[in-house]
Each structure stands twice: as structure tokens, then as C-alpha cells.
Design a protein around this ligand. Sequence first.
Ligand code: AMP
Ligand code: GLY
Length: 426
Amino acid sequence: MNILLLGSGGREHALAWKMSQSSLLTKLFIAPGNTGTALCGTNVNIAATDFESIKKFCIDNAIEIVVVGPEEPLVKGIYDFFKEDVSVNHIPVIGPSKKGAQLEGSKAFAKAFMEKHHIPSAGYREFDESNYEEGVAYLQAHSLPIVLKADGLAAGKGVIICQNYIEAVAEFELMIQQSKFGDASKKVVVEEFLSGIEMSVFVLTDGVNYVILPEAKDYKRIGEGDKGLNTGGMGAISPVPFADEAFMQKIIAQVVEPTIKGIREDKLEYAGFIFIGIIKVGEEPFVIEYNCRMGDPETEVVMPRLRNDLVALFKAVTTQKLDEVNIETDPRSAATVVAVSGGYPGEYEKGKPIEGLDLIQEEETIVFHAGTKQEGETIVTAGGRVLAVTSLGNTLQKSVEKSMAILEVIEFDGMHFRKDIGYEFY
Ligand code: AMP
Ligand code: GLY
């Protein structure tokens, strides 16, 4: 099969790496890709949201499946774009319809979906300009802390946890009246704060059947001990030690099954990944968020533990035969440690040469590229998150240690990485 993968981060390198191992694959193209994806297939210089160019490329190159990495093309409706155009409606897109992608694209949509289908989640109300004053009064009567969420996509920055009323009202005003996150915060979801430990569950559905991929936990803060600013993700582990059989069964019964049933009942047209952010409160799972794609850097630990052929899984999605698939998982632990540019998540410089990549020969380690670029003979930094180094090991600690040892060999000016990924568990 000829496959086109959209995206350019560590997640896409991990998906490309996994697909490139499939005997079903003929040609893999990645648009736009990065230096890492170029090792697994052919990069194509097309933006993941340039639907017209993507369509033309698919026709010219006999593409048989389009796999969408990031959320933006999905929320913008790439699925519907393909479906509605006779020249490409024979090419399946792995990912939900525009309406299905609202599970990620609109927090208010996701909350209403969860309420309707009795999926456990924090209590909430939604506000905009029309009921702004009511919102202020609601905040002042709310228990602390208060969680404010911009309704729309805000590059992972739209959630603010407020510890007092002054801050909550100020943020509320900034979001709704000063468009702090542009149109994304014209509407705000005000949510109860849940206290617990988080993890990510990955479901692949064909719209009727589903499979569950290895679970993971990511580390979002820049600093050790989960301190400091939020980032795109500084590391991830899989499996998650507290996600035992009993807890996973609860997640399946209380969250995954009703989600799939809800998607069908609401006719959301959804054939792709559902990433469910779960928080364990006491012994019970609650949904923090839905995403309509895989996580980054979670994919960099999920793919190395997945034993199934990923192209075969995608084929089963397109033929609605996921019920015939059994997911097989590598029993080893996987950890990924992300090397970021100095200054990230604030301002940082790009174009720093990366040394040591050619020295890595460790069998159980894979260096996934996130923000890298080829400049002549040299690979240079091209983003905040630069590399995600994944290792497999017999224990979580061993996998983390291996990745850190590799990161001692790699060097670029200003490089930073967390040395405590998985710290709560050993
Ligand atoms: P989201 O973009 O909805 O995933 O939120 C980003 C982060 O904010 C989550 O990963 C949680 O750490 C935190 N968060 C979101 N909602 C809540 C909540 N209701 N209670 C506690 N923490 C939350
Ligand atoms: N690692 C969190 C995300 O991909 O949204």
C-alpha cells in the first residue's frame, strides 16, 4: 500500500518508524515530515493543512490511505474534504470527521457529549459574552481551585487552574472579553478541579469496533518533580504502573465503551485514534479530555511496545474489521526522554548542530526526531522539542536510565532534558 502520513513531530517519526516495518507497505510519504521521518519514507514539502495540495499529491502518487498525525487538519475537516470530493473519496483518512474532531476541538462539545453519555468527568458550566455576568457570580460561588478552559484549540495552553477568586475572575475576563486565546476563548468551560494522578489511554476505532493500544503517562512540565511551565511534553512512560488490570477494566466499562457507543449514537463518523486523558481520583477514572489523535510524546513509547503491524491495523480500520484484531504488546517497559532547546518553552534559538547521533548503536534505543532539520551534512535543531529518545528495558527504571545514557552522548548548544521521567514509580 502507498500511505501518506501528515505531520512533522516526534509522534510522526514514531508512526512512520512503525509503518516502515510493515510488509504491507509499498511507499510511505510524510508531509511535511522531519529529518527522522526521512529515514522511514519520503518527505514531501506540503503543509498538513494544505488540503488542495494533499489531494493532488494523493492522486498523483496513488495513495491508498492518509494517516493524520496532528489535530489541526482533523479539526479543520480533512476527513470531510476527502469524503466530499469524487476524485479522492475512495481514499480513506485515518481520523475522525470534522464533527467527531470536535471532541478535541471544542471543550464544551466534549463536556456535553460526556454528560449525555454518562461518562465520568468533572462538573462544569459554559459561559460566553451572553452570560458573562452570570459566569462571574458562578466563579465567586465556586469551590477552589477553579479550572478555566478555553473552548477551542489553544496549542495546549488554554487550561488555567486558578487558586483564588481574584485570579479566576481576571482570567475569565481576559479569556472572554480580551480574547486571550483569540476565538478559542470566546467561550469558556468552568470546571471542578479533580485531584489525582493522570494517564493516557489510546483507542483505535473503526466507528463500530475498537482496540486499546498500550497506555502511557506523559510528563508535561519543564522542570524536575513536575515543576515550572507547561510544555508539549518532556517524556513519557509505558506501561503505567498504577494502570493495573482492575483499573483498566473500569476505564473500559465506564469510559471507553460509552464513548464508542456515544460516537455511534450521535453519528459522529469516527475512524481513527481517540486519546483519552484520564485522571484517577481515589480508585475511579474520570475523563480530563479527549484528543482526536495520538499523543506526543506518548506515541514514542506506545509504538515501540506495539507488536501488531500498524499498517494492518489501519487497513482493519478502513474495512471495519477491528473486531478481528488482537493487540499484542511487548512486555518490556518503554520510556522516552525529550531533549529540548535552551529556553523552551519560552524563546529559544534554532539551527544548533546536533552532535553524536551517528554514535548510537544501542539495540533497545530509538532516537525519534521532533524538531530537527538537515543542513548540508549536518542535522540541526529546528524546534523547541528536538529529539525524543526511547528505550526499552525490563524495568521502567532501566528504560529511563538507558535513554539518559544515550542523551549523554548527544549534544547541542543549550540542550536540556529532565532526569526524573517516571520518578513517582521507583
Ligand atoms: P486539558 O488541555 O484539558 O488536557 O488540560 C490540561 C491539563 O490541565 C491536564 O492534563 C490536567 O493536568 C489539568 N486539568 C485539566 N482539567 C482538570 C481538572 N478538572 N482538574 C484538575 N486538573 C485538570
Ligand atoms: N502529550 C499530550 C498531548 O499530546 O496532547
